[in-house]
Design a protein around this ligand. Structure first.
Ligand SMILES: CC(C)[C@H](C(=O)O)[C@@H](O)C(=O)O
Ligand code: SF4
Length: 467
């Protein structure tokens, strides 16, 4: 029977599948960071357990890690304790990791692919909801909770109910000024934040095939924001080219054998899915969110929707409440609204191509003096590469801050945050109330839109600045 890649990955990792109970899945790669691992390690200690496969576990600090110069001490005592405990745990349990002062440290979903830890055909887990990023390589990648982190540390397996399959077909050519971020924001606006519930998404179609690995990661990253458990893209030559030669990728004959195996992963002709949706890439415009969940998105020249036009009472109330929090009036466009901060970074959009896109807009221009613009590379490796290309100079000359790697203002737990009432255009993935700081208000968008907004100081369609 023809199988989807989702089914193939499931079949090749099931240890046992008792009727009426969750299956036990073997895990190939477990990534850990400082926020969701401390209690898990403590749990192991309390029970006298070891980490079952330290060689399949990898750590980095990113969330509470400050993005100020690394020669400064960590000021926030909670962040300092978390980072120190994380490094201590990794040392004690023999887990390879990139600590605070490592020159390879970075956001967990950036460093996995960067060092070739993430590979096609794997099951990947991390105590983090954006683990689906690794699905861009044709891996089945789930975000898990802290008690599951402990379970995986102890057993290298995960209890998991089988997911439904959901094909997202994206066909056509993205127009100039429209980015991978706009595909995923448009998808979530279409299916809603619960649209992918219980599903693993498979992104397919000519547009997806034409995306670079970095763009594919941007798309997969936000699968969870559409309610899905995971999201993935079947591997192809683009995937293999990206991986070949990376430090943890197979080498020599082992590489050839791995690629031969990976080529069997794509969905078989005739396989069927539980759900399907189609997106017309030719018709996509730059997207921006106006509300307090990532599904509240519109095209950049669209108007903020009117609760009065919504028939469902619950949805109407949710929208009303969101507009009050955001301080927005229905029926008005977002374009042209002043913003206070522009944040370019996060596991969604902090890789080289994102920085190049933003730099392309900012080069030779100045950011609006009323706006704080932060550019935060996803990893120390990206930071070095960007500096070698002179991108840091482009950002600084334009009046933007160029910071150390980490989650930064994606999540206000490292000192980078909005003050109450401030508006940001952010390339991150969540616009929940208070996400970027108490009372802060977030418009999610692509790096192009963020950079264009930095220059004008208002929400701006990047097509007014790029060809
Ligand atoms: C802190 C962490 C648990 C959290 C997550 O699970 O995703 C964070 O990464 C986020 O993006 O909200
Ligand atoms: S960058 Fe943001 S979304 Fe990504 S792992 Fe960090 S906090 Fe979570």
């Amino acid at each position: 029977m023809p199988r989807t890649i989702i089914q193939k990955l499931w079949d090749s990792h099931v240890v046992s599948e008792p009727a009426g109970a969750p299956a036990l899945l073997y895990i190939d790669l477990h990534l850990v960071h400082e926020v969701t691992s401390p209690q898990a390690f403590q749990g192991l200690r309390d029970r006298g357990l070891k980490v079952r496969r330290p060689d399949k576990t990898f750590g980095t600090c990113d969330h509470s890690t400050p993005t100020a110069p690394r020669d400064l001490p960590i000021i926030d005592p909670i962040a300092k304790a978390q980072v120190e405990q994380f490094e201590k745990n990794c040392r004690e349990f023999g887990i390879p990791h990139f600590g605070y002062l490592s020159n390879r440290q970075g956001i967990v979903h950036v460093i996995g692919p960067e060092y070739g830890l993430t590979q096609p055909g794997q099951t990947v887990v991390c105590g983090d909801s954006h683990t689906a990023t690794h699905g861009a390589f044709g891996a089945l990648a789930f975000g898990i909770g802290t008690s599951q982190v402990e379970h995986v540390l102890a057993t290298q397996t995960l209890l998991q109910r089988k997911s439904k399959s959901f094909a997202v077909h994206v066909n056509g050519t993205l127009r100039p000024g429209v980015a991978a971020k706009d595909i995923i924001l448009a998808l979530i606006a279409k299916i809603g934040v619960g649209g992918g519930t219980e599903c693993v998404l498979e992104y397919t179609g000519s547009t997806i095939r034409a995306l670079t690995m970095e763009e594919r990661m941007t798309v997969c990253n936000m699968s969870i924001e559409g309610g899905a458990r995971a999201g993935l893209i079947a591997p192809d030559d683009v995937t293999y080219q990206f991986l070949n030669g990376r430090p943890f990728a197979p080498q020599g004959a082992a590489w050839d054998a791995a690629v031969a195996k990976w080529r069997e992963l794509p969905t078989d002709e005739g396989a069927t899915y539980d759900h399907e949706v189609s997106i017309d890439a030719d018709a996509l415009e730059p997207m921006i969110t106006f509300g307090t969940n990532p599904g509240m998105g519109i095209s950049i020249n669209g108007a903020v929707p009117d609760p009065a036009s919504i028939s469902d009472a619950v949805e109407r109330e949710t929208l009303k409440k969101a507009l009050v929090y955001m301080g927005l009036e229905p029926g008005k466009p977002l374009a042209g609204r002043p913003v206070d901060v522009v944040f370019i970074g996060s596991c969604t959009n902090s890789r080289m191509s994102d920085l190049r896109a933003a730099a392309g807009v900012l080069k030779g221009r100045k950011v609006n003096p009323k706006v704080r613009v932060m550019v935060v590379p996803g990893s120390q490796q990206i930071k070095r590469e960007a500096e070698a290309e002179g991108l840091d100079k482009v950002f600084r000359d334009a009046g933007a801050e160029w910071r150390e790697a980490g989650c930064s203002m994606c999540i206000a737990m490292n000192g980078d945050q909005l003050t109450p009432g401030q508006y940001s255009v952010s390339t991150s993935n969540r616009n929940f109330e208070g996400r970027q700081g108490k009372g802060g208000r977030t418009f999610l968008a692509s790096p192009l839109t963020a950079a264009a907004s930095a220059i004008s100081g208002t929400v701006t369609d990047p097509r007014t600045l790029v060809g």
